[in-house]
Structures are given as C-alpha cells and as structure tokens.
Design a protein around this ligand. Sequence first.
Ligand code: AKB
Length: 317
Amino acid sequence: MTERKILLTGAGGQIGQILTRALVDKFGKENVIATDISENPGFENTYFRLDVLDKEGMQRILEENKITDFYHLAAVLSATGEKNPARAWEVNMNGLLNVLETARNSKVDRLFFPSSIAVFGEGIDREKAGQNAVLIPHSVYGISKAAGENWCCYYHEKYGLDVRSLRYPGVIGYESMPGGGTTDYAVDIFFKAIEEGRYTCFLREDARLPMIYMDDAIRATLELMDAPADRIKIRTSYNLQGMSFTPAELFDQIRKLQPDFKIEYRPDFRQKIADSWPRRLDDSAAREDWGWEQKFDIAKLTETMYRGIKNRQLQKS
Ligand code: AKB
C-alpha cells in the first residue's frame, strides 16, 4: 500500500475531532492534516485554517501535501440550516463542489462525503427507510445532502473519482460536542442529567430516530474507506443504522443510573424536522457490500456516555 496522506475539512466538528484522532492513530500524526474554519482547537498534527469556499486555498493544501485520502466533513447541520437556508446551501453545496473539483484535479485516491438521514422525507417507509427510497427532504440540510450524494455519484461515473459516503444517523459521543443538529438532544441530555439533574427536551417524548454511538460511526467510516473499491457498489451513499430510540426510552435508560433524573418535553421547530425523518434505516446493503455491523445498543451507549462524562468530570476536579 502506498503511503497515505490524509486531509480533513471540518476537523473541529463533533465527528471531525474524533475522526482526526483515529486517523492520527492509524496513519501517524505526520500524515494527517486537519482543517477547519476556526482557529486550531488543539490538534497536535498539522492544522490549517480553511474555509471550504476557498477553492484555491484547498487546492494548494492538497497539492503541497500530496494528499491521497480526503475526508470532507464541513457542513451546516439541520437546525442551524433552517435559520439561514441560503448560507447552509452555499457552504454545503459550493463547499462540496470545491472538494470534488480539487480532489479530481489533484487525483486523490479516495474521498469521503458524509450524508445523513436528513436526505429522507416524503414518501418513504418511515419504519425502515430503504437504501433506494425516494429522496424528498424537508430541510435545506437534507436537500443539500441529497444533491451532494448525486454529485458524488456523478464524479465517480464521469471522472472515476473514488468517492465513498455514509448516511449517518444522529451521532452520539461525549468527547466532542455536536452543534446545530436535530439529534443533538441525545448528547445534551447526558450532560444536563449529570450537571443539573434535569433536562428540557426540544423533541417530543415519542420522537423515534436512528442514532449511532461515536465509536461505531468512526469504525464504519474507516471500514468503508478501507474496503476494496470493487466492494463499493453504491456511489451515492450507504444507509447506516446503529440503533433507534425515543427521548422517553433514553430517559428511562439514564434513570437506571440516576433514579432522581427529571425530564420535561417542550418540542420546538426541530420536532418538525424530526417528523420528516425515518425512525429506522435498512442498512443491509452496507452489511452485504463491505461487512458493516454495529456494536453499540441503547444500553451500552447509555452506560458508556454516563460513565465517560462522570470520569472526565472527576479528572477535572
Ligand atoms: C442533524 O441532526 O442535523 C445531524 C444529522 C442527523 O445529520 N446530526
């Protein structure tokens, strides 16, 4: 295998921080370059400030560092996107087009594009959204991800670019904070339980959504990127399912560890976004094509999140 040289956009985000660390562990810190729109959040590997709308800057970094593997994570998520749809479209769409063009020009070996359950909307089986279900999303984020998947497929077919993609469910972890998503409640709830003993949830108690624990999401990403190209049959994006639960079910799990924990439900505009998303995905294509298998269920996730946050607090005090 030739030496890998990795570049990430959006490395300061919830998934980006953990994926950068995993890639550094796997390929060595000298081979991983992290970028984000903000100043370096504390990476020890090479870091550049990069706005994904700056195509020349992106091209320069790719060429000067002879990048082989490109992970494009920068995006405006569902809830933030609804507050400024034009900005979400600009960042998500033009950012991706810059990534696709520069990756093609620089002949990178592989490109990763994260899609989302947000691509689904009208006309699906909400209990088990199929791999090839119709995509009629309701949020600007979902529209940009659905279009993005098709652009990725187009670049694969037309230019042979080896683009790979996953439709992430809500990603839950405690070492990096989510920002601007509809599934963020499933992270916030743990911090509020431990810090304040109560939580006000912005979704209804029965809002069932697909979720995945961070370790599973990172492993899925690396396994997809490691798979031989002929195993990747889907060049739009693979459905990825971890587990599915409602806020009430997550609350019950946390109560097993903290019996006096209290919750109230005050659904806001994010409930409408959640209502348009599937409750579960059919990820059999990912299982068949490149061997995807999740390890975390709701009980293991709750235990890991709760103990992880508690331990970190003990270390700080
Ligand atoms: C969001 O809630 O916007 C994201 C997602 C499901 O893509 N976490």
